[in-house]
Design a protein around this ligand. Structure first.
Ligand code: SF4
Length: 53
């Protein structure tokens, strides 16, 4: 169960965890995307993404 009641709005509706444009995963992992230090959001990525089957 989440430790807070924040909601994650996510437009990646092709993700298994996406429910009505919100993330329904119990937690998500976000990492840098191919850089040592991110300076803008495209340099980050959701590692929890899983394609809808
Ligand atoms: S796991 Fe990541 S990509 Fe999938 S719905 Fe949640 S935030 Fe979006």
């Amino acid at each position: 169960m989440a430790a807070n009641c924040q909601q994650i709005k996510c437009n990646v509706t092709e993700c298994h965890f996406n429910k009505n444009v919100l993330c329904d995963a119990p937690m998500i992992q976000v990492d840098r995307n191919g850089v040592g230090r991110a300076s803008q959001s495209p340099q980050t990525k959701c590692e929890t993404f899983k394609p809808r089957s």
